[in-house]
Design a protein around this ligand. Structure first.
Ligand code: DC
Length: 219
């Protein structure tokens, strides 16, 4: 199977790039961040603190996550409910980053991600795909950009969706999430030695895709 693994910090453009790349190659795309967001949303809705491991772990058996939809626009379902919009709310980002520190949460989702990757030609993006989910994948990319540029992109994205957000707060949140994602104990965000590093600060989406496609076509 063709598995393309893409990691990087939040706001580096991973999901936009991965979606377009998958479309160009005619293969699937799996947004693993959406899975952590769905878990966070579920836990939060039960009134449980996402940092409370003892209380969060038993909830996992009540969570079924599915991606549905033909073609490009896949929607994410949490126990049968379409939560594609709800998981994008700004507050869910931090909740997802926090809940993703719990080892059992990660293993619960990683198992599903590996299963999907085994059966499909697919692009996966996240934080631990190159290092932990699919360390043997032939195609590994680390997509990054400066924190300021990533905050600017997140700001534009949220504003275009009608959310009322403040740039300075977003920048602070980007830095917080970077810290969280890179410093957790289990499967943190790391740049593995054999990943192709792409700094997208001054690149367009098309330019990044071109770099990836060129690499895939020549290796
Ligand atoms: O990519 P995203 O912003 O939608 O991800 C939300 C959070 O989920 C992110 O801050 C960390 C966590 N995450 C993770 O730990 N591992 C992944 N493979 C994907 C996301």
């Amino acid at each position: 199977m063709l598995n393309i693994a893409i990691d990087g910090p939040s706001g580096a453009g991973k999901s936009t790039i991965s979606k377009l790349l998958a479309k160009k190659l005619g293969i699937l795309y799996l947004d693993t961040g959406a899975m952590y967001r769905a878990v966070a949303l579920y836990v939060d809705r039960t009134g449980t603190d996402v940092n409370d491991r003892e209380k969060v772990v038993p909830l996992l058996e009540d969570i079924a996550i599915e991606f549905r939809g033909d073609g490009e626009e896949k929607r994410i379902f949490l126990n049968g409910e379409d939560v594609s919009e709800a998981i994008r709310e700004h507050r869910v980002s931090k909740l997802a980053s926090d809940v993703s520190k719990i080892r059992e949460v990660r293993l619960f989702l990683v198992e599903q991600q590996r299963e999907i990757a085994k059966k499909n030609d697919i692009v996966l993006d996240g934080r631990d795909i190159t290092s932990f989910v699919l360390p043997d994948s032939k195609y590994k990319f680390f997509l990054t950009a400066t924190p300021k540029e990533r905050a600017r992109r997140r700001y534009e994205e949220l504003r275009s969706k009608g959310f009322d957000v403040d740039y300075d707060k977003i920048l602070e949140d980007v830095n917080d999430r970077d810290y969280n994602d890179m410093n957790r104990d289990f499967a943190p965000l790391v740049q593995v030695d054999d990943a192709v590093v792409i700094d997208s600060t001054n690149l367009t989406t098309d330019e990044v895709i071109e770099v990836i496609l060129r690499y895939v076509n020549t290796h």
